[in-house]
Design a protein. Structure first.
Lengths: 259, 305
């Protein structure tokens, strides 16, 4: 079953209009981000800086269009913002800018930055005894970066049980480093691990019921098995579509598959 | 005379006891002298480990949570290695960071080039909002840190191992303002950090040859005190800069901006133009880079005569 077809169409429209963006990467994470905002993350649409909000950091910055359409669906971003994506009058672009975009907690894009920032955020909240939860989404290719593992190590040593990291496990990493044993690696770093179908709300619900948050505990890691380009047959998988724009004919095919 | 690094530990202790938002993270350096802070502010001191890039990212997270982070370790590892983190988290996102380094340039002279750092100041010069300070005495560190640590920008404090051994009164130490150490009419020397000591020795030698030198000492490189320098240059028309920094993007570059519109200025720069390979004492390596009293006198006379 394909979830969030309407949001997938919106992503394709905004990216093709602007002539910039990563469609398959956005489709890969869309169902994760949507599930979190629809079911887990505490937020206030009209007050994105609400002190008691949960934090979501998109470490995999090039999936930003997925975050934008979700923030738009939940009224944190306006339709106007989506319409102006990638334009000189807009605030949204191919990677998110926390200095401008409501609901974006960290400016990401260069891989390996958002995750350690989220770990610092978790430490900061712990120091202040605040119980806000931190969710951070990492790409599996991003797990090539050394800072991911430095920070994974730090998080368990500081007992940051207020963090839940989700890895978008779509197989990008294994293209270059075929020993794709992310589950064992995260376990070895002391995280409590869960594996889930990253395109299933039902599976996410079951997993998130098991995740315990605390200010002095074990951080949680959800390894979400996803399909890059999920939802459109010819976009799925790895290769030329990573940063390619569909022409008008291809757009028609995409919309047909998603309708 | 108290070591500036010790003053760093003392100052953050004094501030941290009062300000519950001050958090210190170190990368396994100065851990011993930080123990009083660690004991008094036990949940706000972290010896994170040898992972400088991640520590800088983490400081961004601390800042986002409303805290005032202080990050401390050896200059090359926290500035050159972690530069992209500094650029994106603090240059781009304009958050609060107090970065306190030791071991700039030749302070780890016997450990070789891996532990030298010449480029830190010029790297931070790329950020319009960054404040760059080289406190050459414990008093300077204390004043500059207390004045700036809450601001939402990058504050870079480059702590030299050796003081210049001049004691300024605290009221003389004003963030962003140069200190006129001596009056003179034949030459303006602009100097930062420990090299003030050599500049004063050179001034004394030149005085015996009937040349008077105006020494302007800069503990703050950004924002740069252009006014004081322009006033001096209008008088002397001769400028010699002395900096234990890369020759590019540091003190000299700031000074050149000050000369715009003043005709007939002659300049010379004493700085670090390439890796200073090999080992030896701090003074040995400074001399190899031309940063000693004799060379200052030589360059000064070429400018004056």
């Amino acid at each position: 079953m394909i979830l969030n077809k309407d949001l997938r169409i919106k992503i394709v429209k905004m990216i093709t209009k602007a002539g910039e963006g990563h469609i398959p990467s956005s489709f890969s994470i869309l169902d994760i981000v949507h599930f979190l905002y629809n079911n887990i993350i505490k937020y206030k649409s009209r007050n994105p800086k609400w002190e008691k909000r949960d934090y979501f950091v998109l470490s995999k910055g090039h999936g930003a269009p997925a975050l934008y359409v979700v923030l738009n669906k939940f009224k944190i971003l306006k339709d106007k913002h989506i319409m102006e994506y990638g334009s000189k009058i807009g605030i949204l672009g191919g990677h998110p800018d926390a200095t401008k975009v409501p609901g974006v907690e960290a400016s990401t894009g260069s891989l390996g930055h958002g995750f350690p920032t989220a770990i610092g955020l978790a430490l900061g909240l712990k120091i202040q005894k605040k119980t806000n939860k931190i969710f951070v989404l990492i790409g599996d290719g991003e797990c090539h970066e050394g800072t991911i593992w430095e920070s994974a190590n730090i998080a368990t040593n500081l007992n940051l049980g207020n963090v839940c990291a989700i890895v978008d496990w779509n197989g990008s990493a294994a293209q270059l480093m075929p020993k794709d044993d992310l589950l064992n690696k995260w376990k070895a770093f002391g995280w409590k691990t869960f594996v889930v179908n990253g395109h299933s709300d039902d599976e996410f619900k079951k997993v998130f019921k098991k995740i315990k948050f605390s200010l002095n505990g074990t951080p949680s890691l959800v390894l979400a098995k996803t399909i890059k380009g999920k939802g459109v047959s010819f976009l799925e998988g790895h290769g030329k579509w990573h940063h390619k724009l569909p022409n008008k004919e291809e757009q028609k095919k995409i919309f047909k598959e998603l309708t | 005379m108290k070591k500036i690094r010790q003053q760093f530990a003392d100052t953050v202790l004094e501030v941290g006891v009062k300000d519950k938002k001050l958090v210190v993270m170190v990368a396994d350096i100065s851990h011993g002298i930080m123990q009083p802070f660690a004991k008094k502010c036990s949940n706000r001191y972290y010896n994170i480990g040898i992972c400088e890039s991640s520590i800088v990212n983490m400081a961004a997270g601390l800042s986002k949570s409303g805290l005032n982070p202080v990050v401390h370790t050896i200059a090359p590892f926290i500035t050159e290695r972690a530069f992209e983190q500094l650029k994106l988290d603090f240059g781009y996102q304009k958050q609060n960071l107090n970065l306190v380094s030791v071991g700039g340039s030749f302070d780890y002279s016997k450990l070789g080039c891996t532990h030298h750092c010449y480029t830190d100041v010029s790297l931070f010069s790329h950020f319009k909002d960054a404040s760059i300070m080289i406190p050459g005495s414990s008093e300077e560190f204390d004043v500059l840190f207390k004045k700036n640590y809450k601001k939402k920008n990058i504050k870079y404090f480059r702590i030299p191992e050796n003081s210049h051994e001049i004691t300024f009164k605290k009221k003389q130490i004003v963030f962003g303002k140069a200190i006129k150490v001596t009056d003179g009419k034949h030459l303006t020397i602009v100097v930062t950090g420990t090299q003030l000591k050599n500049a004063i020795e050179a001034k004394n030698i030149l005085f015996k040859q009937d040349y008077s030198v105006e020494i302007l000492y800069y503990h703050t490189i950004r924002p740069f005190d252009h006014l004081k320098l322009r006033a001096s240059l209008k008088k002397t028309k001769r400028l010699l800069t002395i900096e234990e920094l890369s020759a590019h993007g540091g003190l000299y570059d700031q000074c050149i901006r000050s000369t715009i519109g003043i005709n007939g200025i002659k300049t010379k720069q004493l700085a670090i133009f390439d890796f200073i390979r090999g080992y030896g004492s701090y003074e040995d390596l400074c001399s190899r880079a031309g940063l000693n009293t004799l060379n200052i006198v030589t360059k000064a006379l070429k400018l004056i005569k």
